[in-house]
Design a protein around this ligand. Structure first.
Ligand SMILES: [Zn+2]
Length: 113
Protein backbone atom coordinates (compact mmCIF):
# COMPACT_ATOMS: atom_id res chain seq x y z
CA UNK A 1 0.00 0.00 0.00
CA UNK A 2 1.36 3.38 -1.02
CA UNK A 3 0.30 6.54 0.80
CA UNK A 4 -1.73 9.10 -1.11
CA UNK A 5 -0.97 12.82 -0.83
CA UNK A 6 -3.80 12.92 1.69
CA UNK A 7 -1.78 10.71 4.03
CA UNK A 8 1.30 12.92 3.94
CA UNK A 9 2.34 15.84 6.11
CA UNK A 10 5.14 18.35 5.75
CA UNK A 11 8.33 17.44 7.56
CA UNK A 12 8.19 18.77 11.15
CA UNK A 13 11.82 19.86 10.85
CA UNK A 14 11.07 22.08 7.91
CA UNK A 15 13.16 20.48 5.17
CA UNK A 16 10.25 20.88 2.76
CA UNK A 17 9.70 17.18 2.13
CA UNK A 18 6.50 15.33 2.82
CA UNK A 19 6.52 12.54 5.37
CA UNK A 20 4.23 9.71 6.35
CA UNK A 21 3.53 9.41 10.07
CA UNK A 22 3.47 5.86 11.31
CA UNK A 23 3.08 4.19 14.67
CA UNK A 24 5.93 1.88 15.52
CA UNK A 25 5.62 -1.51 17.11
CA UNK A 26 6.50 0.27 20.36
CA UNK A 27 3.60 2.67 19.99
CA UNK A 28 5.75 5.66 19.09
CA UNK A 29 5.15 8.05 16.25
CA UNK A 30 7.75 7.90 13.53
CA UNK A 31 7.91 9.81 10.28
CA UNK A 32 9.09 7.91 7.24
CA UNK A 33 9.80 9.22 3.76
CA UNK A 34 6.80 9.61 1.49
CA UNK A 35 8.14 7.16 -1.07
CA UNK A 36 9.11 3.55 -0.42
CA UNK A 37 12.80 2.81 -0.72
CA UNK A 38 14.30 -0.60 -1.43
CA UNK A 39 17.01 0.00 1.17
CA UNK A 40 14.59 1.19 3.83
CA UNK A 41 14.71 -0.67 7.13
CA UNK A 42 11.10 -0.04 8.10
CA UNK A 43 8.23 -2.25 7.01
CA UNK A 44 5.19 -0.02 6.66
CA UNK A 45 1.60 -1.02 6.15
CA UNK A 46 -1.77 0.63 6.35
CA UNK A 47 -4.12 -0.33 9.12
CA UNK A 48 -7.11 1.72 8.05
CA UNK A 49 -8.05 5.20 6.91
CA UNK A 50 -5.14 7.43 7.87
CA UNK A 51 -3.58 4.74 10.03
CA UNK A 52 -0.10 3.50 9.22
CA UNK A 53 2.11 1.17 11.19
CA UNK A 54 5.81 0.58 10.91
CA UNK A 55 8.16 -2.03 12.27
CA UNK A 56 11.88 -2.36 12.09
CA UNK A 57 13.38 -4.88 9.71
CA UNK A 58 16.71 -4.69 11.52
CA UNK A 59 17.75 -7.58 13.68
CA UNK A 60 18.12 -11.26 12.94
CA UNK A 61 14.73 -12.20 14.36
CA UNK A 62 12.76 -9.53 12.50
CA UNK A 63 10.13 -11.17 10.31
CA UNK A 64 10.60 -10.72 6.59
CA UNK A 65 8.68 -8.17 4.62
CA UNK A 66 5.07 -9.27 4.24
CA UNK A 67 3.28 -8.96 0.89
CA UNK A 68 1.21 -6.09 2.24
CA UNK A 69 4.20 -4.17 3.56
CA UNK A 70 6.59 -1.79 1.83
CA UNK A 71 10.09 -0.76 2.78
CA UNK A 72 10.54 2.82 3.85
CA UNK A 73 13.37 4.88 5.21
CA UNK A 74 12.89 6.73 8.49
CA UNK A 75 12.71 10.37 7.52
CA UNK A 76 15.45 11.27 10.02
CA UNK A 77 17.82 9.34 7.75
CA UNK A 78 17.17 11.59 4.78
CA UNK A 79 15.99 14.87 6.33
CA UNK A 80 18.10 17.81 5.26
CA UNK A 81 16.74 20.34 7.75
CA UNK A 82 19.28 21.65 10.25
CA UNK A 83 18.64 20.26 13.70
CA UNK A 84 20.54 19.04 16.76
CA UNK A 85 23.21 16.45 16.09
CA UNK A 86 21.72 13.10 15.25
CA UNK A 87 23.67 9.88 15.55
CA UNK A 88 24.10 8.21 12.19
CA UNK A 89 21.84 5.26 11.59
CA UNK A 90 23.97 2.25 10.65
CA UNK A 91 23.24 0.81 7.25
CA UNK A 92 21.42 3.84 5.94
CA UNK A 93 24.42 5.85 4.92
CA UNK A 94 23.39 8.17 7.71
CA UNK A 95 25.21 11.15 9.02
CA UNK A 96 25.61 14.44 7.36
CA UNK A 97 27.37 14.85 4.09
CA UNK A 98 30.87 16.17 4.59
CA UNK A 99 31.35 19.75 3.60
CA UNK A 100 33.11 19.85 0.28
CA UNK A 101 36.29 21.75 -0.05
CA UNK A 102 36.29 24.22 -2.81
CA UNK A 103 39.18 23.98 -5.19
CA UNK A 104 41.28 27.13 -5.02
CA UNK A 105 40.42 29.56 -7.74
CA UNK A 106 42.79 29.27 -10.65
CA UNK A 107 44.25 32.27 -12.27
CA UNK A 108 43.37 32.58 -15.90
CA UNK A 109 46.34 31.67 -18.08
CA UNK A 110 46.41 35.03 -19.74
CA UNK A 111 47.13 36.64 -16.40
CA UNK A 112 49.79 34.16 -15.38
CA UNK A 113 52.74 36.25 -16.44
ZN1 LIG B 1 12.74 16.65 6.94
Amino acid sequence: MIPTPHDLDPCPHGCGELVLWTITEHGRRMAVDAEPHELGNQAVFRTGPGGWRSRSLDGADAPRLAPWEHRYKPHVATCTAPRPAQPAIPGLGGGRPRPRRRAPARRPIWKAR
